[in-house]
Design a protein around this ligand. Structure first.
Ligand SMILES: Nc1nc2c(ncn2[C@@H]2O[C@H](COP(=O)(O)OP(=O)(O)OP(=O)(O)O)[C@@H](O)[C@H]2O)c(=O)[nH]1
Ligand SMILES: [Mg+2]
Length: 179
């Protein structure tokens, strides 16, 4: 290997770039979160039929975020995107109590996927701007989050609409994931 190749390889090792998978049930707010992170207009978000990819710069790291539609018919395609994921961001609609159980089961299924073994998980408890949004303890119970013991994980309250909490989540990613 020549010197140039060696330098190139070292640079790659230190790349400050992460592949992030953004998943969660339909209507949770994934696309709105991604647009908000990219400082784009969030007033006309429509359900994602396939996927969106966006690269956003956050705290000195380039995040390549894959936002996949969460409708039931699309969920079977999630597994096509698991490879090489550095971080999983799982989004919950904190006001949709009727679907806490479904959301928790979907997350539990993801965490059993071989390609996601050990992948750190940031859980965005979205829609905290709504008055009746559930808080951390109710979500932990409703989605059985305390059962996650095999990886680094964090629950972060947020609102994609106000932007509150999003940067705290990104900060957790920066601190917990080696780039
Ligand atoms: N009040 C409130 N509404 C939100 C928030 N985030 C998203 N929404 C709304 O929730 C709806 C769904 O948002 P999307 O971003 O399309 O949800 P998604 O998870 O991408 O949905 P799929 O693409 O179908 O998987 C939209 O009407 C958003 O405006 C939030 O923080 N607060
Ligand atoms: Mg979407």
């Amino acid at each position: 290997m020549g010197l140039l190749d060696l330098i190139r390889k070292m640079k790659q090792k230190n790349k400050k770039e992460l592949r992030i998978l953004l998943l969660g049930l339909d209507n949770a707010g994934k696309t709105t979160i991604l647009k908000s992170l990219a400082s784009e207009d969030i007033s006309h978000v429509t359900p994602t039929q396939g996927f969106n990819i966006k690269s956003v710069q956050s705290q000195g790291i380039l995040l390549n975020v894959w936002d996949i539609g969460g409708q039931k018919t699309i969920r079977s395609y999630w597994r096509n995107y698991f490879e090489n994921t550095d971080v999983l961001i799982y989004v919950i609609d904190s006001a949709d109590r009727a679907r806490f159980e479904e959301s928790g089961m979907q997350l539990a299924e993801l965490l059993e996927e071989e390609k996601l073994i050990g992948t750190p998980v940031l859980i965005f408890a979205n829609k905290q701007d709504l008055l009746h949004a559930a808080k951390s303890s109710e979500l932990m119970e409703g989605l059985n989050l305390n059962s996650i013991k095999d990886r680094a994980w964090q629950i972060q309250m947020c609102s994609a609409i106000s932007g509150e909490g999003l940067s705290n989540g990104m900060e957790w990613i920066r601190k917990n994931i080696k780039t």
